[in-house]
Design a protein around this ligand. Structure first.
Ligand SMILES: [Zn+2]
Length: 475
């Protein structure tokens, strides 16, 4: 029954490829979810939970909606029971999104409109698209009455993009609902060749970079602006920032990134191929520098091989006739796992080349500098999820089946995710944005006119569905 229906679904989806370019159930679900504005803050993820509840309940899922102490903020958990012979698999997707600069969008960011084969709106890529793919794939298991060896848990999370009640909070308070043998989350990419629909590689993230925000403060003297002194805090901060903009922590490869660039070397043409080979070899300083320069034209690849620096918020001054006593900037760093955070902060301090500049960690509420440093050092030591699990192997096999021409590799996700709640407890987490994408669409993530193609959503749903049948299906 299971395989007959499964192959029927598969065959129909192939026949329907043309029709799918217009719309399909995943695209329609994504449209609905985009229409719920979950810009965080405040998030309002409870509205997504209420949207999903009837769809899952109708298919026999056990649904829990976990309210958080913040009004309107809730996690949605739906469990499809297996026979219990294996431990559960979890599919996790955050329901919140970052806000928008409305004037810079040409489409309604909360319209979910399907235009020219794309679903448009905030979260289309990050990560309501993935939420829709994961949801549709697990609901298809129920519709197809696939007999399951393990429970399949679908989780739509709150507070991934910020806030206090994300998966860390959920894990501390309701672990039994989300405990699993392994989990899928956001992370790696299905990258198309430029100007083509051919998929070049599929990366599955097994670790994430981690985020450290430092506050860099220059002090001066508060004084009437009619009598400026040489120790102007804003000038001092500007000079420190100028020096910091020249600072580069340099190329650092770890085993995951080495494997990734080896894969790129295999799928690239010259001269790119040579650059990737030189980067991985890392033996000739001049060739390495050239490879870094050339490869770093792509901001994603640049971020992948180094600790990155991004000033994000400037603070200082309050009146036109007062020179402020201090000015500061918040700088967000994304660090490669294994980085010694204390050493890194010291390097940043040296890079500002001004002993009067104060560099401190932007801590959590009621957290000391020392506690924040300890937390970050511990995060830096978190091990990547192993590749020899049933889930990693099934996802890789499913990706190869879907895209026979593509290579599959593990990946260090360049941003952060909320996978730590599981990885910290020893549960492997594998990340993928489950839709083929090109550089152009990738640049819209957290930017303007975010979108995902309907065809990509259909392919991703098929790939995840097949993975689930392999990992969770009873043989
Ligand atoms: Zn995300």
């Amino acid at each position: 029954m299971r395989s007959a229906r499964y192959f029927l679904t598969f065959a129909l989806s192939l026949i329907g490829a043309q029709a799918l370019a217009q719309s399909n159930p995943t695209a329609e679900l994504l449209s609905e979810v985009i229409r719920v504005n979950t810009s965080n803050p405040p998030g309002n993820e409870g509205a997504v939970a209420e949207l999903l509840r009837p769809k899952f309940e109708a298919l026999g899922f056990e649904v829990s909606i976990i309210e958080t102490p913040a009004a309107g903020k809730a996690h949605f958990i739906a469990r499809l029971r297996g026979d219990g012979s294996k431990r559960p698999i979890l599919l996790a997707a955050h329901a919140d999104v970052v806000g928008v600069e409305r004037d810079l969008w040409t489409q309604n960011p909360f319209g979910g409109d399907i235009v020219d084969g794309y679903v448009h709106g905030r979260g289309a890529i990050d990560f309501k698209g993935g939420l829709a793919v994961f949801a549709e794939a697990v609901m298809q298991l129920a519709r197809d009455e696939v007999s399951l060896a393990r429970d399949v848990i679908f989780l739509a999370e709150a507070d991934e993009e910020g806030g206090s009640y994300g998966t860390g909070w959920l894990a501390r308070n309701h672990w039994h609902l989300i405990d699993a043998e392994f989990s899928l989350n956001e992370g790696g990419w299905i990258i198309k060749r430029d100007g083509s629909d051919e998929v070049r590689y599929v990366s599955i993230s097994t670790a994430d970079k981690f985020s450290v925000t430092l506050r860099i403060t220059a002090a001066g003297h508060s004084i009437h602006s009619s009598m400026p002194r040489p120790d102007n805090a804003i000038f001092a901060l500007a000079r420190a920032l100028e020096r910091l903009s020249e600072y580069d922590s340099g190329v650092q490869l770890i085993p995951i990134t080495r494997q990734f660039f080896q894969t790129l070397a295999l799928t690239a043409e010259e001269p790119e191929k040579i650059w990737f080979e030189d980067l991985v070899a890392g033996t000739d300083a001049a060739r390495l520098a050239r490879a870094d320069r050339q490869i770093s034209v792509d901001p994603l690849l640049r971020a992948f091989m180094r600790n990155t620096i991004a000033p994000v918020i400037i603070e200082g001054g309050f009146r036109t006739n007062v020179i402020p006593g201090a000015a500061s900037v918040l700088v967000n760093f994304r660090l490669i796992p294994g980085t010694d955070v204390a050493v890194f902060i010291e390097e940043v301090r040296r890079a500002t080349a001004d002993p009067a500049i104060i560099v401190e960690i932007l801590t959590g509420a009621d957290e000391s500098q020392q506690a924040a440093l300890a937390r970050l050092q511990q995060r830096s030591r978190q091990m990547p999820s192993p590749e020899d699990t049933e889930l990693y192997q099934a996802l890789a096999a499913s990706a190869r089946q879907q895209y026979p021409e593509a290579l599959v590799t593990s990946y260090l996700f360049q941003a952060g995710t909320d996978a730590g709640a599981w990885r910290n407890r020893g549960v492997p987490v594998y990340g993928i944005y489950p839709y083929p994408i090109d550089q152009e669409d990738l640049s819209r993530m957290h930017g303007n006119d975010e979108r995902v193609s309907v065809q990509s959503l259909a392919e991703g749903t098929e790939m995840i569905y097949r993975t689930l049948v392999n990992v969770a299906g009873a043989n």
